[in-house]
Ligand binder design. Structure first.
Ligand code: GLN
Ligand code: ZN
Length: 774
């Protein structure tokens, strides 16, 4: 490394949203996929966006030439970026590489999205967030080589504009710890075993960044905080020790900042990193405490992650300042202020929200406001506490105002929650329910259904937008929706599905729709955050006590049921998911907030039943994602999350079939919790992992209905009849037939009609072929 170590700024953010204030990147990437713009045009839009981001961050007070601006752009996903840079893409995408073997945009996007028979990389949740990364596939045969100069090009691009930025790369330990073994690997192969082969390529990558003028590089190692990965904390710490001894020892590199956000760094990893030959460490102090002093810190910069990278509440500057002062006792060479994680989990700018109540706005901070808070703390660190006393007092006053504002506490809601007893959380025995439901519904073996939404076409989005702008009347809009529902019902009857859905055309989003119809929530206009790839969601803000002023879904479901003799499934979003995909108040336990939402849903279920709906699905795709990363925190989480689902559903009659839907296939730790939900039928994701999960379910002794997804709706690929029949065969051999349901992995809203109809037709044909065999 260059001697002496370049100075590190007194404040920085660990990453910034990359989708653009108006989702410019989404639009550009999607038009490129459609063939409407070529690579050069896409690269131009991305470069403009990066330029705008740097300028904005400089305007907010981060330095142009002191490495305080992170270069954290990604076209799709930061894990894929790192995998592509080191050439770790599976063999099946080899043909898409550039002539010189490097990974260009074609191979990159195909790995993300799949093509023809080539399935994409699996996708899963990034730690306990609602961001999804692509799971690298790494085996003994994977060959690592520097395969993309994208990181270096971005540093050079910034340099040309007068910026010295700090490139952000997923670190080698995290890259391997999040990877899965390739199909070609021997059983039980652990990708971490390839660390020694990977490190020289990282060293080369660092050298290439240094060569274009990067003074600092940020290597993100959040795997070191997790207790939810296959590798143990000891194994991860040992890997970090080797990795940073090697990278730190390489001569030709920028100074290294290692970050470990999302929770408290394990003691093992903290000890190792403190002693490692790297120049700076960043730790999460919003979800972790100040660690014990450790040897080696005296030469390092310590970045205290005191501004929460994941919520949208204005940070408590007084508290943050006290935490930074407390860090002083660790003996680091310098303390800097930072965000706890990248800001990729929050929207761009509160100033873009003109429709929000100014009082609520004064309690909020999106990425730009959080950056400004970091800049304030940095100024305090260099100029002294007095220099920022005004800003600190303002933040404290906003917090105090929030505590006492009307709507934050609602007496009726609190009384009802206080009066709950154990009985409110339980239904009658499953056996009794199965009999009552079979009699009421009369379903065939291997009943077929979908997860709820049908494609959200341009027509639907346009009608919603026109209604929003007042260009069509509510009456016209509702007629449009009824026509849409009728079309979807006819389609399902023609296809021969057994349990129908109304298609959710009236919903902009499965959480926001409920948020708009419940008290205690606010919705944003531009508060988008990336969920995966080009997809973004707009989380609502849950700021006060929650209640249901009027029925929400009942009229639509009742109308849909009136069109068919087949059972119509009512469709609700569960309390945990509503919390997980909203920005939730942080002034009371999540459990209390979840129960408030559950009670509102419980009333909705009673109203659906009264309107003749006999099957009701309460989606909880986020149950797994909120699971705390630390094992000690998991039991209490599972208790309240499962409890809130049960509270929402336990009022249902025994003949009412309660479904739930979970969007992932990693059951390991939550399998008991899923059983404890006590839903009559649970649909889960299984297609991308080719049904691996079915064995886990069978082994767990799960006795209720289960629908392992047979159609990967994250990809435009149509599954063949044979492929679906294979998955069903597997399910039907491993599980009692009466337990098995047939359904796609998830809702169909992001798909087009052609592929959806073709896929559903194949699913039904495959189901019939299996039914004929049994
Ligand atoms: N019912 C929802 C839908 O079909 C479920 C979506 C989800 O699980 N993410 O769209
Ligand atoms: Zn789903």
């Amino acid at each position: 490394m260059t001697d002496p170590t370049p100075a590190f700024p007194r404040g920085t953010i660990l990453g910034y949203p990359r989708i653009g204030r108006r989702r410019e990147l989404k639009r550009a990437v999607e038009s490129h996929w459609k063939g409407a713009i070529d690579e050069a045009a896409l690269e131009q839009t991305a470069a403009d966006l990066r330029r705008a981001t740097r300028e904005r961050l400089a305007e907010l007070g981060l330095g142009r030439d002191d490495s305080s601006i992170p270069e954290s752009f990604s076209y799709y996903d930061q894990v894929l970026d790192a995998a592509a840079a080191v050439g770790a893409l599976p063999e099946r995408f080899a043909g898409l590489r550039e002539a010189d073997g490097t990974v260009g945009l074609a191979a990159y996007f195909t790995a993300a999205r799949g093509e023809g028979e080539n399935a994409p990389l699996e996708m899963t949740k990034w730690f306990d967030t609602n961001y999804h990364y692509l799971v690298p596939e790494i085996g003994p045969e994977t060959s690592f080589a520097l395969s993309s100069d994208r990181f270096a090009r971005q540093v050079a691009e910034a340099k040309a504009d007068g910026f010295t930025v700090r490139p952000v790369v997923v670190g080698p330990v995290t890259l391997l710890a999040l990877a899965k073994a390739t199909d070609a690997s021997p059983d039980g192969f652990d990708p971490l075993r390839r660390l020694d082969d990977l490190l020289p390529v990282y060293a080369e990558l660092l050298a290439s960044l240094r060569a274009v003028g990067a003074e600092w590089v940020q290597l993100d190692e959040p795997a070191l905080v997790s207790e939810s990965l296959p590798a143990s904390a000891d194994a991860l710490a040992a890997a970090a020790e080797r990795a940073y001894a090697m990278l730190g020892g390489s001569a030709d590199r920028p100074a290294i900042l290692v970050t470990a956000g999302y929770a408290q760094l394990s003691t093992e990893a903290w000890t190792v990193l403190a002693a490692a030959p790297v120049e700076a460490l960043a730790i999460d102090l919003t979800r972790g405490a100040v660690p014990a002093p450790a040897a080696g810190l005296d030469g390092k910069v310590l970045v205290g992650g005191v501004i929460d990278g994941r919520n949208i509440w204005r940070g408590d500057l007084a508290g943050a300042w006290a935490t930074l002062e407390d860090l002083g006792r660790l003996g680091a060479a310098q303390i800097s202020a930072g965000t706890s994680t990248s800001l990729q989990h929050v929207p761009h700018d509160v100033a873009d929200e003109s429709a929000l109540d100014p009082r609520l706005v004064s309690w909020l901070a999106f990425a730009d406001q959080k950056t400004a808070q970091v800049v304030t703390l940095a100024r305090g660190l260099s100029e002294g506490a007095d220099a920022i006393a005004g800003e600190v007092a303002e933040a404290s006053a906003a917090l105090a105002d929030r505590r006492s504002a009307p709507g934050v506490r609602d007496g009726a809601v609190r009384e009802r929650a206080a009066a709950l007893t154990q009985a409110d959380f339980s239904r009658v025995d499953y056996a009794a329910r199965v009999a009552a439901q079979q009699e009421a519904l009369g379903l065939p073996v291997l009943p077929t259904t979908t997860i709820g939404s049908f494609p959200q076409t341009g027509d639907i989005r346009r009608a919603r937008a026109r209604h929003g702008k007042g260009e069509i009347t509510t009456e016209e809009y509702e007629q449009f929706l009824r026509d849409e529902i009728a079309r979807v019902v006819t389609l399902q009857e023609d296809l021969g599905l057994d349990v129908l859905v109304h298609g959710e055309a009236e919903r902009n989003d499965m959480v926001q729709y409920f948020a708009e119809n419940l008290d205690g929530f606010e919705v944003t206009q531009n508060g988008w955050v990336q969920s995966y790839g080009s997809r973004a969601t707009r989380p609502s803000i849950l700021w006060g006590d929650v209640s249901r002023p009027a029925p929400i879904t009942v009229a639509w479901s009742a109308f849909a049921q009136s069109l068919t003799e087949k059972p119509m499934k009512g469709m609700l979003t569960g309390p945990v998911t509503i919390l997980a995909w909203s920005f939730v108040r942080d002034d009371q336990p999540l459990a209390d907030t979840a129960n408030q939402v559950a009670l509102a849903l419980r009333d909705e279920i009673a109203d659906l039943e009264a309107a003749g709906i006999g099957v009701i699905q309460v989606d909880e795709p986020a149950l797994r994602e909120l699971l705390p990363l630390k094992r000690n925190d998991q039991p209490s989480y599972l208790e309240w999350s499962v409890g809130s689902f049960r509270l929402a559903t336990a009022g249902a009659a025994e003949s009412t079939q309660v479904h739930t839907h979970l969007c992932y296939s990693e059951f390991d730790v939550v399998i008991d919790a899923i059983a404890a939900l006590d839903a009559d039928v649970t649909s889960i994701e299984a297609a991308r992992s080719r049904g691996e999960v079915i064995g886990d379910i069978a082994a767990s002794g799960f006795t209720h209905g289960v629908g392992p997804g047979v159609y990967d709706i994250h990809s435009p690929r149509v599954p063949s009849v044979a492929e679906v029949a294979d998955l069903l065969d597997r399910a039907a051999t491993e599980l009692p037939l009466r337990q098995v349901w047939v359904n796609p992995d998830c809702g169909l809203k992001t798909r087009g009609y052609d592929e959806t109809v073709a896929s559903l037709r194949n699913i039904i044909e495959a189901t019939r072929s299996i039914r004929d065999k049994v």
